[in-house]
Design a protein around this ligand. Structure first.
Ligand code: HEM
Length: 424
């Protein structure tokens, strides 16, 4: 079976000569390239050169394609049967049978391209993107290695069993298969490395913020408390004196709202600085959401629709999770300029509860999808840049995640809280 549309007719030797020239660029040529390309090329060049993946390897892979293609379906079935048999790996597949069918097609294209190439910059970019998909779905890195091993074992067995191939050619093909699969692993693991570097950077930023936060937060909390209670006393006094001036009342309300907003920022700062472990217990998701919504003090123009079935449990620290939900709701309100519909829903997944908050705002551009979770990053004039970083930290302390789901409309934040591991 042949899949995809990669032609094998273009002169491979000429193409490879071109590749090799790219694989060993002159220092001047390297300096001329723009930064992103330099990073990508140098990684590609390093792995290709390191494993000795040369013109004869690409030729051997194309030859092996003819022998292995009839076994693709079998290799892919084995790949997914193994995932099915391992609950931790299976948990990464959240879209049921439809997703598995789609993944099988993706893997078919992947394996076809593996043999046919061309193994050029575009190939490396596509493979790195595929690696990032797995990081995003939180697939543990060990399954990337073990899944690659399944593909390797099955492919090698099929090649060894192919009749009518003389031994030196078979050996050449086997070596090329090992080389390309190791290159693939290097690419996949590179995306995990990228991710942990980004997480370390965020952790460093949070640690730095934390050092300042505790001191400043405590200093500001008391005076803000005084402002809030004085505002309350002034309102009471105006009432007693029967002074009903809408202008004064509006200003008093503004003082209270802004003091509360500042209080939330300070609480977020202190919470970031404290980084305390969650105190988890089973709570009823619906009751919890219904209680958290009013605590977000959203403007009157924002309507929150709660679509959470009764009796759905979530295994979390209620205070910390409330902080996540209120931050997401406040964000949603701000994204819609204080008016529109927000929807909160929740579903059970195997061993996890997923909460989603969707707003009717303009959405978040895809290039900012990861940045919005970094501490001190904000696109809003009023935002502190702490809310989403705190949400992510809390979810991660529960072994879970907060991510932005792809959506054509407003932003959809997805919070996944896995159940606590069984004790003992
Ligand atoms: C050698 C290892 C693997 C290869 C070559 C591979 C290949 C792929 C490819 C080509 C895609 C499509 C990416 C895209 O274009 O969006 C994909 C996505 C995905 N893979 Fe893998 N995969 C591997 C390991 C695994 C394992 C072990 C799991 C375990 C569950 C897994 C689960 C998924 C999921 C859930 C998606 C996302 C699909 C979506 O968009 O709905 N993969 N993979």
């Amino acid at each position: 079976m042949h899949v995809g549309c990669h032609g094998t007719s273009a002169a491979p030797a000429a193409r490879f000569a071109q590749e090799l020239r790219r694989a060993a660029p002159t220092p001047q040529a390297l300096r001329r390239r723009v930064s992103v390309t330099v990073v990508l090329n140098s990684f590609r060049e390093k792995v290709i050169v390191y494993v000795g993946f040369d013109e004869s390897a690409t030729a051997a892979l194309r030859e092996a394609h003819g022998l292995i293609a009839p076994h693709f379906a079998e290799i892919i079935d084995d790949f997914y049967d193994t995932i099915e048999a391992h609950p931790d790996a299976r948990a990464a597949i959240t879209g049921g049978a439809a997703q598995i069918a789609r993944l099988k097609q993706s893997l078919l294209r992947w394996i076809d391209e593996l043999f046919v190439g061309p193994h050029d910059d575009g190939y490396f970019e596509r493979r790195l993107r595929i690696g990032r998909v797995h990081v995003q779905i939180n697939l543990p890195q060990m399954y990337m290695l073990t899944a690659m091993d399944r593909i390797r074992v099955k492919t090698v067995a099929a090649l060894r069993a192919s009749p009518g191939v003389d031994e030196p050619r078979r050996e050449r093909m086997l070596t090329a298969v090992h080389q390309i699969l190791d290159i693939e692993l290097a690419i996949m693991l590179e995306s995990y490395r990228e991710d942990s570097l980004a997480k370390n950077r965020t952790a460093e930023r949070l640690a730095t913020i934390g050092q300042f936060a505790a001191g400043i937060g405590h200093e500001l909390r008391n005076p803000l408390g005084v402002v809030e209670s004085s505002a309350f006393l002034v309102s009471r006094r105006l009432e007693n004196l029967k002074i009903d001036d809408p202008g004064i009342q509006r200003h008093m309300e503004k003082i209270v709202t802004e003091v509360q907003r500042s209080g939330r920022t300070i609480n977020d700062l202190l919470e970031l600085a404290r980084n305390r472990p969650p105190k988890r217990r089973l709570i009823d998701t619906r009751a919890f959401v219904l209680e958290a919504v009013p605590a977000a003090h959203l403007p009157p123009g924002v309507t929150v629709n709660v679509d959470v079935p009764a009796g759905l449990p979530i295994d979390a620290d209620p205070d910390q999770l409330a902080r996540v939900l209120t931050n997401l709701l406040i964000n949603a309100g701000q994204a819609m300029n204080g008016g529109g519909d927000v929807r909160v829903d929740a579903v059970r997944e195997p061993a996890a509860t997923v909460l989603r908050v969707r707003d009717g705002g303009p959405g978040i551009p895809s290039e900012l999808r990861e940045q919005v979770f970094q501490a001190l990053f904000t696109t809003k004039a009023k935002g502190s840049g702490l809310g989403l970083a705190l949400c992510r930290r809390i979810a991660e302390a529960h072994g879970g995640t907060v991510s932005l789901e792809p959506s054509s409309g407003g932003a959809v934040f997805r919070v996944t809280i896995p159940d606590s591991p069984p004790q003992g």
